[in-house]
Design a protein around this ligand. Structure first.
Ligand code: 1HN
Length: 351
């Protein structure tokens, strides 16, 4: 019956082979030749599928979560964006977690630390803060905020509106290495030991202190405000032509090393002019996008999705992505690119 099997599939073992597999199984042995093709595919094969979450549709569920549990009780009141091909795994891609976190006026999310790295990308509302290692920063839509590994962090909302942000974490990278640690801070809120804006002036103004400098692999700047990202994109768009695949696209960096801002997660922001049709692009880093401004369409490996502000979509590894803008658009995105680069695995292809 080999003729009805898909190319590359092997017929079910029988006779002497099946007998061998049965006899050696109790000794925890398995034959490589039965699984070799799927272990080492000719190009990336992934259960991760393209998907888009319309903020308009899911916002009621986010707000409803605020009625069934407090931020304090939940520790982190987050709705997980689960890839439809990875349900039950708390994963948007094979390496990355993605969630939308809600903090209501007057609430706090208690202080803890873990070896997983986190980014926050603010989606809705202003006036909440996140505190990292003794410094607070106020959140505004479009701000990109980092929580480096093993730093105490808590969130609070002293303002008067609900605040929602996207959480991106390298949970599944850390889990693959079984290198996860977590601790709870002895008090709910960590003490403030530095003025707001301190790390930004210390490291974010094209100067660094005389030293000693922090040894962390993660950027010492922990808030990259949208006002500066937007102004940069705006100026770039007046100064030259957009890239055919990316429009005007920038990478958030660690000013101490020039590397991407986090060692495991790459983060990007791009501007597409009105009426832009990008060339097809693929890369090995499955990527999560959050729309900041504008409407348009994205084609992901042949599937079409329309997007508007605050929507989230995911592009699996090595699926081609083409962007089309109706209006001027700004897109934030993140992926495991720096981890793949560090390991010599990252590839890209432009059509
Ligand atoms: C976490 O600590 C936060 O600190 C958000 O806000 C999302 C998802 C999984 C594990 C830890 C946060 C998280 C998380």
């Amino acid at each position: 019956m080999a003729s009805v099997l898909r190319p590359g599939a092997r017929p079910a073992p029988d006779g002497a082979r099946a007998d061998l597999y049965r006899r050696m199984a109790p000794d925890n042995l398995a034959p490589l030749w039965e699984v070799l093709h799927s272990l080492v595919p000719p190009q990336p094969e992934t259960p991760c599928v393209p998907a888009l979450w319309k903020y308009r549709d899911i916002r009621p569920f986010i707000m409803a979560s605020g009625e069934v549990i407090t931020a304090k009780e939940a520790i982190r009141r987050v709705l997980i964006l689960e890839n439809p091909g990875l349900r039950g795994q708390s994963a948007i891609t094979r390496s990355m977690f993605c969630g939308l976190q809600l903090i209501l006026p007057g609430e706090i999310a208690p202080s803890h630390r873990h070896t997983q790295s986190a980014l926050r990308f603010i989606v809705e509302g202003s006036g909440a803060y996140t505190a990292v290692d003794g410094e607070r920063t106020t959140m505004h839509p479009g701000d990109f905020i980092i929580t480096p590994p093993w730093t105490w962090h808590d969130h609070g909302n002293p303002g008067n509106e609900p605040v929602v942000w996207m959480d991106g974490l390298d949970i599944h990278i850390v889990r693959m290495f079984d290198a996860g640690f977590m601790e709870t801070f002895p008090e709910e809120v960590q003490p403030v030991t530095r003025n707001e804006g301190d790390s930004s002036v210390r490291y974010g103004n094209n100067m660094v202190p005389m030293g000693p400098l922090p040894a962390s692999k993660t950027s010492p700047i922990f808030n990259y405000p949208y006002t500066r990202s937007r102004e940069t994109l705006e100026t770039l768009s007046r100064n030259g032509d957009p890239d055919a695949c990316h429009g005007w696209k920038m990478q958030f960096i660690n000013p101490l090393s020039g590397a991407l801002a986090m060692p495991t997660i790459g983060s990007f922001i791009q501007l597409l002019p009105k009426g832009f049709k990008s060339g097809a692009y693929r890369s090995t880093d499955a990527t999560v996008y959050s729309i900041v401004e504008g409407t348009g369409k994205v084609k992901i490996g042949g599937q079409d999705f329309a997007f508007e502000p605050r929507d989230t979509f995911v592009v699996p590894s090595w699926r081609s992505v083409s962007l089309e803008s109706d209006t001027e658009c700004v897109l934030f995105s993140y992926s495991d690119r720096p981890a793949q680069l560090a390991l010599g695995l990252w590839r890209e292809m432009r059509a």
